[in-house]
Every structure is written in structure tokens, then in C-alpha cells.
Write a new protein. Sequence first.
Length: 253
Amino acid sequence: MTTENFQLNGQVAMVTGCNTGLGQGMALALAQAGADIVGVNLSDPADTRVAIEATGRRFWDIRANLSDASCLQDVIQQALGHAGKINILVNNAGIIRRNDAIDFSEKDWDDVVNLNLKTTFFLAQAAVKQFIKQGKGGKIINVASMLSFQGGVRVPSYTASKSGVMGVTRAMANEWAAHGVNVNAIAPGYMATDNATALRADAARNAAILERIPANRWGLPSDLAGPVVFLASKASDYVNGYTLAVDGGWLAR
């Protein structure tokens, strides 16, 4: 085993939801490892483009509303038009809605599940068809959550969607390993991103969270750099169907 097994030179990675936060951090890490990046976002990923191009890698910008699964094949075709191939997919785009389970609306349920779970599956399906055409395998990395393992509070649709991500990651791995495709997931712990702004602003809740994290801090997008590069590289060729928690030790408590 050498560091060459972690290099992504000549690879093209599609990363959804990479305009900010964890997606931006993972896209940058993949670029630093040598991959060119296709970013799929609803809004302008200007900062991400600047950071990736500063590494000397290429960045292609695709705009799409991934809540509508009918756009996914077009997203793949646009990526191929830009880069000519896709070797890695990072299914990061997602949303969260908060309300008591007893009052949770059908719209908030559908919005979250459609993007976080349905799109994750069908974009992976579209990508793996391309991997098979290319004949060189590929890597799919889904983004799960601590709530793939736990129930959470006031986020029933998010919990359902992220539990589903962990399950469907296993299901896809079972079927697609024969094609040389690895499907794994990363489950971030409590991360200092926009999704957690309300929690971090609540002094009591913030203190309770930090008290349980052995690392005694919120995670940062950079904490996902090593895991995403590992799962995207040859170093993980015999890792399949696994959800890797990156949580500062939260689940160990």
C-alpha cells in the first residue's frame, strides 16, 4: 500500500450540493487528490469553483433542481458533455425540515424524502449505468447521517430519509459490486454547517451536544476530506456497502 492508492489523477467526480458546507469540503478534497469536479447545484457555486481551480483542477458547473428526479438523466448527459466521463459520484445534496412529529406536514415529508433518498437512489442508478458503459467500475459515496443510526427529535422525514440512505447503500452495493462499483456512505456527526445554525445558536442544546462528543467540538467540512478521498480511491476497493461515521466519537458514547 502506497500513497498512490489514494490519488485520483485523471478521475472525474460529480458532487451534488457543493456550493457550501460539507459538499464544498468534499469537492475540494477530491480535487486536491487529483480529480476534476462536476458540481451540481441549485445556486451559484462561485466560491467552490475558485477553491478548486486554485488546486489546478477543472470545475464544471451544472445547475439543477435535484428535488425533481426527471432532471437526473440530463444532469448525467451534461456532465459527460463537459468531462467526457464520470468515475465518482458523491450524493451530498439534501435538506432538513424541523417540526414536532405530531404536527409534521405531508409536504415537509415529501420534500425531504424526495431529495435526500429518492434522488440519491436514482442519480446513483443513472451514474452506475454510465460506469458500466465505461467498463472501468466506479465509486458512489452517499451522505448518510447520525440519524441513520438514531431517531432524532423533531426531524422525522430527515431521519427516515437518512435511515433509507444507509439501507439503500447496502442494497446498491450488493447488486453493483459485480460491475466493479463500490457503493458506500459517510455519516457526518454534528457539523458546523448551515443546517446546524439553529442548534448551535441554542446555548443549552449546543452545550448538551458538545458534552456528548468525545472530541469536544463540532465537526468541520475538512473532517470529511480523508474519508471521502479514501472511499473514492483504489485504497477502498474492497470496502462495499458500509456507512462510515465521522462524528468525533458521538456514536461511541
